[in-house]
Design a protein. Structure first.
Length: 86
């Protein structure tokens, strides 16, 4: 009798595709987790950048000079053309 129920149980599980669905769901979950990890890394880098810029704004409010590269218009070289006649 016990063997009969074991075979019946195995036959029922063989007819269902629950285990295949579970495997598919597991694979989908793994791929989503991998994508979430990538996105969280991007968010982490953006947050670091934001924090650095907030510190720069606070320093500017205190009156400190701007760090880093100067704006483009200050780097332009002025051409020295002498239009006067000698």
């Amino acid at each position: 009798m016990k063997e009969y129920f074991k075979r019946l149980w195995s036959a029922l599980w063989a007819k269902t595709d629950i285990d295949e669905k579970a495997e598919a769901i597991l694979e989908e979950a793994k791929s989503r987790i991998a994508e979430m990890k990538k996105e969280l890394a991007d968010v982490k880098n953006a947050a670091k950048n934001t924090i650095a810029q907030v510190k720069d704004v606070a320093d500017a409010a205190k009156g400190k000079k701007r760090r880093g590269r100067k704006p483009y218009y200050k780097n332009k070289k002025k051409s020295k053309i002498n239009n006067s006649k000698n």
